[in-house]
Design a protein around this ligand. Structure first.
Ligand code: GLC
Ligand code: CA
Length: 529
């Protein structure tokens, strides 16, 4: 099945980089990251080989959920700077060949957003979901703090009322279920287009869409939610064809055919991503029943069977040229690549895999130097979701330099948004830039290799040779990749023709006598002779 939807040419070969704005770089010395600080780091991102950055929300907000509670979609939060500062960042990025994506929180606003403040007093307004019945059980319903009374539906935290995109199914006993084409839902769809168009005008190349699957309620199979995004995509293809939408959905088989240019594999929902990374430390959902094995485990508990099953399911549904699966090293909701038993040296094999897989590699800031997930930090702006899901440890300040403050900010460390990783061995950019053997240099070389080698890009074919340790696959018929992320050595028999292949980026792997011999924590990328 080939898609007929146009694709922005820049996306397929892009490496994405997620900036968590509050902890990336502080330009004005108040202890919180900002656009001025991020602008100063653009040379570094260009040096690394990043094609597009995605900022977690930097809009005006009371920050009860670290900015995912938006109070004004059209204004940069003062703590990050001004809209002019964002425009300056976009220009400075463009001059280095880097695109900028923002985060569209589509399913809900802050309870401080003027839309909500007006809605609570105006029973004729349909922008949020209203349940006027007294005595409705709590859970997803919260009392309306205004004249209209009754309850509103929350989407995440209680401070995040769900925007009304209607219900897929009506029920006379539940009169708050608007159809998807009722006035409120239509106004909200238009509002999303207005927000996107506003930022496209400023030069933004697209959005990561927060909780994209959550819009239409009681929607079996997400049929109506998919229809909504298909409508958005038609609009985009018509009016803004060079822009891209990447969803936080976690099911590319549904999200991409619906209309997204790419969807992220995520830790929650389907098991593809956690079957690679999940160590059980820091962010854990007790409902996950499949996390006793994971492939990038130093003890070697996993295989790549679960990941490959999910990958094939996604790519079969997407079809050739239909869009992409984005593969994050981690994100602001999930424990970092370097977490628990997986140390920074072990992250090298992970990057060799991410850089050679036919997905959109997405690097979470700091993973490229092996920053750690830090346990036991205080909650900050809703970072602690539940005791088992502590997002805080993935949100610590970026480590730019050795020494106090780590080059993140000139503020006293006590004023930092979150504490720095206290480890005396914490990695930093400056030290790694001075060391060609560092993880940072490896990541840079891997990205350069990917950019220079069409076989390693999403268009290059994929042939999987093994599903165990070592994981071995061929890209584009010309490049062999061997990844062994466990402590124990591993070996695999190869088809003929690979002996004597040229090693392009190799650590601990030998091709000899028709076999790949991989020592513990090794990887190799080879080109056919
Ligand atoms: C997404 C975000 C997360 C946020 C939530 C509510 O999952 O990634 O950080 O708390 O949506 O907006
Ligand atoms: Ca600042």
């Amino acid at each position: 099945m080939a898609s007929t939807r146009p694709q922005p040419a820049w996306l397929a070969n892009s490496v994405l980089y997620q900036i968590y704005p509050q902890t990336f770089a502080d330009g004005n010395g108040d202890g919180i990251g900002d656009l001025a600080g991020a602008t100063e780091k653009l040379d570094h991102l260009a040096w690394l080989g990043v094609d597009a950055v995605w900022f977690s929300p930097l809009f005006a907000s009371p920050f009860a959920d670290a900015g995912y509670d938006v109070a004004d979609y059209l204004s940069v939060a003062p703590r990050y700077g001004t809209n002019e500062d964002l425009a300056a960042f976009v220009d400075a990025a463009r001059s280095r060949g880097i695109r900028v994506l923002l985060d569209l929180v589509a399913g809900h606003t802050s309870d401080q957003h003027p839309w909500f403040r007006e809605w609570v007093d105006d029973p004729a307004d349909g922008r949020y979901i209203w349940n006027e019945r007294v005595g409705t059980p709590a859970g997803i319903w919260c009392p309306v703090p205004g004249r209209r009374g009754g309850y509103y539906q929350l989407n995440f935290y209680p401070c995040q009322p769900a925007l009304n995109f209607g219900y897929a199914r009506q029920d006379p006993g539940q009169p708050w279920r608007d159809p998807v084409d009722a006035e409120g839902p239509r106004a909200n769809r238009q509002a999303l287009r207005d927000v996107m168009a506003h930022w496209f005008d400023l030069g933004i190349s697209g959005f990561r869409v927060d909780m994209a699957a959550s819009l239409v309620k009681d929607d079996p199979g997400h049929v109506e939610t998919a229809r909504l995004w298909a409508e958005m995509r038609e609009w985009l293809d018509r009016e803004h064809p060079d822009r891209a939408l990447l969803s936080e959905w976690g099911d590319p088989a549904v999200a991409v055919p619906a209309g997204f240019h790419a969807d992220f594999f995520l830790h929650f929902g389907r098991p593809g991503l956690r079957s690679l990374w999940h160590t059980g430390v820091g962010t854990y959902d007790p409902s996950w029943t499949d996390t006793d094995r994971y492939f990038f485990d130093p003890e070697g508990s996993g295989g790549v069977d679960t990941f490959l099953r999910e990958w094939r399911r996604a790519t079969d549904a997407i079809g050739v040229g239909g869009g992409h699966v984005a593969l994050p090293t981690s994100n602001h909701d999930y424990a970092r690549l370097v977490t628990g038993p997986r140390t920074a040296p072990m992250a090298r094999a992970a990057f060799a895999f991410v850089a050679t897989w036919p997905s959109l590699p997405t690097i979470y800031y700091g993973d490229e130097i092996g920053m750690r997930y830090v346990e036991g930090l205080p909650d900050r702006e809703g970072s602690l979701l539940q005791t088992t899901q502590d997002r805080t440890g993935s949100r610590t300040p970026m480590q730019w330099e050795p020494g106090p403050g780590a080059g993140f900010s000139t503020a006293p460390e006590a004023d930092f948004y979150l504490p720095l990783d206290p480890s005396p061995e914490r990695p930093d950019v400056a030290t790694q830039r001075a060391d060609e053997g560092s993880l940072l240099h490896l990541v840079r070389r891997l990205l350069a290799l990917r950019h220079a080698t069409p076989a390693l890009q999403p268009e290059g074919s994929l042939e999987v040779l093994t599903e165990d340790y070592p994981f071995v696959y061929v890209r584009g018929g010309t490049h062999l990749v061997v990844v062994n992320p466990r402590r124990e050595p591993a070996a695999a028999t190869l088809p003929s023709g690979w002996d004597g292949a040229r090693g392009l980026e190799v650590e601990g792997v030998r091709l000899d006598g028709g076999r790949a011999e991989a020592s513990g924590f090794s990887y190799g990328i080879f080109e056919r002779p």
